[in-house]
Design a protein around this ligand. Structure first.
Ligand SMILES: Nc1ncnc2c1ncn2[C@@H]1O[C@H](COP(=O)(O)OP(=O)(O)O)[C@@H](O)[C@H]1O
Ligand SMILES: [Mg+2]
Length: 262
């Protein structure tokens, strides 16, 4: 099997907040079209900063890319407006299941289609597609989003992103704070979207167990550096990774210093 065509690539990315806090030093990796790639790392490793660099969301937080390049489908996107990126098919679901709490679930979903001048017909079809992947949203379509469960709000946030017809969907910690069964539902839906529609997915997760179960490949960040990369199967097989890089409670007893590949 030939490797997939590169859709997104980051090279030597450094990011500084407030001209003082060096959050990323050297982050580089690529995502192939049709892949599911997980970005792993302990709290504070730089996952969210990396995703915000991709979607040009750093200026809003007084953050700045000071080095490196980001290419999406061959074009330098490091300073392109987020709205333009969405129109080009690069859509991010932010950390913390952002919904318009006062709108219904369905109204939230429709807002995702507003940027692309869609007809009523297209919106209706796209809504049905989202409901097919997330049946719980169909049941709750008339419910105010703020009154739905955390899982339903996360599904709503993902559904809204899908309404803008992404080719690359970027997600920041979709599992955070959710019950295991809900997390399972969400990742199963993402996996189906990937398999059926060829949607490329880049997902940051502190929950490496869940992420490695569903991803094709993963990149590990540590203190603003990309330090390790491999197929999900390779990384799943390495007991030491959780303890050394991910701040999870795997036993350190008897584990040697892991070999770094990057
Ligand atoms: N808006 C911000 N202003 C200043 N520092 C920040 C900001 N956001 C993140 N940081 C710092 O950047 C580093 C990486 O954070 P982040 O990207 O949120 O990591 P992760 O998502 O892996 O937990 C941390 O040291 C964090 O404190
Ligand atoms: Mg984060």
């Amino acid at each position: 099997m030939s490797p997939p065509e590169t859709q997104l690539s980051l090279e030597g990315i450094a990011v500084v907040y407030n001209r003082a806090i060096h959050a990323l030093h050297d982050v580089g990796f690529s995502v192939g079209a049709g892949e599911i790639v997980a970005l792993l790392g302990a709290n504070g490793a730089g996952k969210s900063t990396t995703l915000k660099a991709v979607s040009n969301l750093l200026p809003a937080e007084r953050g700045q890319i000071t080095r490196g390049s980001i290419l999406f489908e061959g074009e330098d996107i490091a300073r392109q407006r987020t709205s333009g990126l969405v129109r080009r098919g690069l859509v991010q679901v932010l950390e913390g299941r952002h919904c318009f709490r006062a709108l219904t679930v369905e109204e939230n979903l429709v807002t995702g289609a507003l940027g692309r001048d869609a007809s009523h017909r297209e919106i209706r079809d796209d809504l049905e597609r989202v409901y097919a992947h997330f049946p719980r949203l169909k049941e709750k379509r008339r419910t105010t989003a703020g009154l739905t469960s955390g899982g339903e709000q996360q599904m709503t946030a993902i559904g809204r992103a899908l309404m803008s017809r992404p080719r690359l969907l970027v997600l920041d910690e979709p599992s955070m704070g959710l019950a295991p069964l809900v997390v399972q539902d969400i990742f199963t839906a993402l996996k189906t979207l990937n398999a059926e529609a060829g949607l490329t997915i880049l997902v940051a997760e502190q929950n490496s167990t869940v992420a490695l179960r569903h991803a094709d490949r993963a990149i590990v960040l540590e203190n603003g550096h990309s330090v390790l990369e491999g197929t999900a199967a390779e990384l799943r097989a390495r007991e030491d990774i959780k303890a050394f890089y991910l701040g999870e409670s795997a036993s350190l007893a008897g584990a040697g210093e892991p070999a770094r590949t990057a």
